[in-house]
Design a protein around this ligand. Sequence first.
Ligand SMILES: Cc1cc2nc3c(=O)[nH]c(=O)nc-3n(C[C@H](O)[C@H](O)[C@H](O)COP(=O)(O)OP(=O)(O)OC[C@H]3O[C@@H](n4cnc5c(N)ncnc54)[C@H](O)[C@@H]3O)c2cc1C
Length: 353
Amino acid sequence: MSRQKQKFIELYQCLRQETPDYPVFPDISLAPFTTFAVGGNADLLLLPRHRRELLRALELCEQLELPLIVLGGGANVLVSDIGIRGVVLSLCGLQDIGWNSRDFLLEAEAGWDMSQISGYSVRQSAAGLHHFYGMPGSLGGAVYMNARCYEGEMSEIVRRVLCIPRQSVPPAREAHADQGGQAEQADKAESFYRPSELRWVELGLGDWHYKYSHFRPDSGHALAGALIVAVELRLREQSQSGLEREMHSFLEDRIVKGHFRAPCGGSFFKNDRAFGAPTGQIIDGLGLKGLRHGGAQLAPWHGNIIINAGRASAGEIWQLSCRIREEVRQRTGFELEPEVQRLGDWQLWDSGH
Ligand SMILES: Cc1cc2nc3c(=O)[nH]c(=O)nc-3n(C[C@H](O)[C@H](O)[C@H](O)COP(=O)(O)OP(=O)(O)OC[C@H]3O[C@@H](n4cnc5c(N)ncnc54)[C@H](O)[C@@H]3O)c2cc1C
């Protein structure tokens, strides 16, 4: 048995010994945890139900030098068919909330579903989150992605984030880094989180860009890859009935646009002002709607939504997206950038096999 496997077993046993019903699942398919409904297995999936369970799992992962991959609501990720070798952590169980009606401040844990928390905020006659009603995913994922829709963007309402910075190197290797240079050898993609480093970080408008936050692992910022545990949002007062009307019109618009007609990850590619038109419109203009590759299809009703049209593999979805990018590059010169994040091992597809 590999050393890594032994560590998974150790982590599993520790968690279950301490908390017999700890939600920890070995060798489990991630497909049901993503809106594309595709993807292979995770070696171990952790679904802590509250902060104490989260922090204990992080502590054990740190001791065992097991890096973590973070999953939110799975609404913007494509998990490889090979799955994820390692520990996957979903914060969807973390849903504590506090409402300060005097200052219109909402503090909520990262696991809140975006529609549910929008509904909650509207019941407090608070505007700002209502734009996101109907958008799949969690609050943590929406911050990470700087999600935006219907003239609303997360950057406009996020005041501070409770997070744990990522350590790229396991603690044991870190201790020897200066002498042996072992830190350099560590895989930079590995993420370890030290519970004692949980802290609030204030963010200003200048910290965000279109579909970008400092939390992205490639941002080069001190927050790159940090684990978002909770968020403080500044909302504004507005009448509940008006907000409810807006909220339902957003949901209706999504239904009409076919967002929920088939498993998908929302817009596959980012928009880019330099293109002069929304990406979906550009792709549509090339007559590509309905294009298929195996079980994957460019939605016949939307130029920027790739759907799992039935038994698609993650590889087929990715290959179809590559084909669309190539067509757009050749015929317009525009370089499309995927918005959907790939998780897991993609070497097989990237090497062209
Ligand atoms: C039908 C449909 C419609 C959509 N419409 C929109 C839209 O209008 N606007 C829009 O912006 N997006 C849209 N999306 C995309 C998606 O809803 C958003 O990007 C959402 O914010 C993703 O959140 P999530 O929790 O599902 O994140 P996931 O998909 O699970 O993860 C996305 C990334 O965030 C990271 N992450 C997640 N949680 C955390 C955390 N707590 N700490 C650190 N990192 C974390 C993950 O590691 C991953 O890299 C749509 C998707 C679908 C399926």
